[in-house]
Unconditional design. Structure first.
Length: 453
């Protein structure tokens, strides 16, 4: 029953007799991966090999070598783990809408399975692939605890409206155990050479992918699903208990730090939720954490799935567009161009500290992300420019960037998406405002500035 609700069929073609191909895109892991398990189940039913393919693009939504390196190291682990299960992983360089149909034809595949990603670029590839194929093409949502296409058929207005739906069905979707991949009994015969090229990329990503030139150091986080599982266990044992008290203090390690793993699909949200529920942390902390992990995260997928303008002014609610339009002509106290933001050279030491935290570690604290994006609205000539600057910086420097959470977070901060109107003020209109003094009341601002200056 639950499996059926995870599946979206791109066509009505019944699966044919050939091998099954799983196009791994967003969920780059073998543990707790329902799309991969579904693909294997279908292959075993048909007594066929299972082939996994990953398409590597030299450029993807402003990502830099650092993010590619994190992803490639994770994929290297996937390659080894799949090998132990008698499954081949092909890592092919190029656009999926060209590679996948060609691969399906070359192998005479009986079924193509993919995971779910609401981003426009991925939906676009799938639509092109669908038109080119006569083969059965199924998508399995292995990223959301409650499948995005099942929980809602429209863009939800707020966390409140989605939460109500989630609460009714959550128990059905968090089972006692998650199905796992088994040793595959049918072997893929053809040999491939493309992976050699991939392995050489692993060690020289700066040569082949765009450079951020920021001197980012991400040694605080180890890539790959084994490290992800370790980080999750540590958080569940030691961190989650104080989550409700510490998560909004940027001077404390109060957040889980798991977003890069979730973004690259190296860790399943379902696994985290299962372990968090079992833990003996305080009820308040568990509730607060699951609200972020489930409601907020899945609201972001809902937003991107049903609002194709998720990364622009056009995607805002009409009340937000009209209040921002009304205040277009307001005088901005400060006006900056992109390089001033990028180099953390604004007049505001708190904003600069947040930007520097992101530049140096690849992860800005969650609380500061709101302040950071709202200030960009205040200091650019238009909300359109604010969106462009915030998305560019977020996608380029955050390890977890290029994610529905990022587009929803930025649209919330700048365009009131999932929020409501607040008191009216210059430039912002009725979009919720945040200021330096407000931050000072919440945490030790000087300590944070000092830490990142
Ligand atoms: C302007 C802005 C930009 C953002 N950019 C990104 C981004 O690029 N990538 C990204 O993953 N998140 C983004 N977020 C959401 C949130 O700030 C991060 O998910 C969180 O800080 C990641 O750290 P963590 O894993 O330690 O979080 P924790 O607090 O430990 O939360 C656990 C998980 O819950 C989810 N979560 C937490 N807060 C949110 C939220 N507000 N919205 C949606 N999901 C949430 C994430 O998957 C997170 O990993 C952004 C928020 C804002 C306001």
């Amino acid at each position: 029953m639950i499996d059926q609700e995870r599946i979206h069929r791109y066509n009505n073609t019944p699966p044919g007799p050939g091998p099954v191909i799983y196009w791994m895109q967003r969920d780059q892991r073998i543990m707790d991966n329902r799309a991969l398990v579904y693909a294997q189940k279908k292959a075993i039913e048909k007594r066929q090999p299972l082939l996994v393919v990953f398409c590597l693009l030299p450029e993807f939504l402003d990502a830099t070598g650092l993010q590619f390196q994190f992803m490639l190291k994770g994929l290297n682990e996937v390659l080894a783990s799949l090998g132990k299960k008698n499954i081949s992983l092909l890592i092919l360089k190029g656009e999926p809408d060209q590679i996948i149909p060609e691969l399906v034809r070359r192998h005479d595949a009986g079924l193509l399975v993919s995971d779910f990603n609401p981003l426009r670029i991925v939906q676009g590839w799938k639509n092109v692939i669908m038109k080119q194929l006569n083969t059965a093409f199924h998508e399995v949502d292995a990223h959301n605890i409650i499948p995005a296409r099942f929980i809602s058929k429209k863009a939800e207005f707020s966390a409140f409206t989605l939460r109500r739906k989630i609460e009714k069905t959550l128990d059905t979707f968090i089972p006692e155990e998650i199905p796992q991949l088994v040793n595959h009994p049918f072997t893929q015969q053809k040999a491939w050479i493309e992976n050699d090229a991939f392995l050489s990329l692993l060690y020289k990503p700066e040569k082949d992918f765009p450079s951020s030139q920021s001197g980012q150091n991400i040694s605080w986080i180890k890539p790959g699903e084994i490290a992800a599982m370790g980080a999750m266990k540590q958080f569940i044992c030691q961190g989650i208990d104080e989550y409700s008290i510490l998560r909004n203090d940027p001077n404390e390690p109060g957040q889980s730090g798991l977003s890069p793993y979730l973004h690259f699909g190296q860790l399943s949200a379902e696994r985290i939720a299962l372990e968090a529920k079992k833990s003996d942390a305080s009820t308040g902390s568990k509730k607060a954490f699951l609200e972020e992990l489930i409601v907020r995260r899945e609201l972001a997928d809902n937003f991107c799935l049903y609002n194709p303008a998720y990364d622009s002014f056009e995607g805002f609610h009409s009340w937000a567009k009209s209040t921002l339009n009304k205040h277009r002509g307001d005088i901005r106290e400060f006006l900056y161009e992109l390089p001033v933001f990028e180099l953390a050279k604004t007049h505001d030491p708190l904003w600069n500290a947040a930007q520097k935290e992101m530049l140096s570690t690849g992860k800005m604290h969650g609380f500061m992300r709101m302040y950071w994006a709202k200030k960009i609205l205040g200091w650019t000539a238009s909300p359109e420019e604010a969106m462009a600057v915030a998305i560019y910086l977020n996608d380029k420097y955050e390890l977890d960037g290029r994610d529905p959470n990022g587009y929803a977070g930025i649209a919330w901060s700048i365009g009131g998406v999932h929020d409501r109107p607040w008191g009216e003020r210059p430039v912002f209109g009725t979009i919720r405002y945040m200021n330096f003094q407000g931050c000072r009341r919440k945490f030790n601002v000087d300590k944070y500035i000092q830490a990142w200056t």
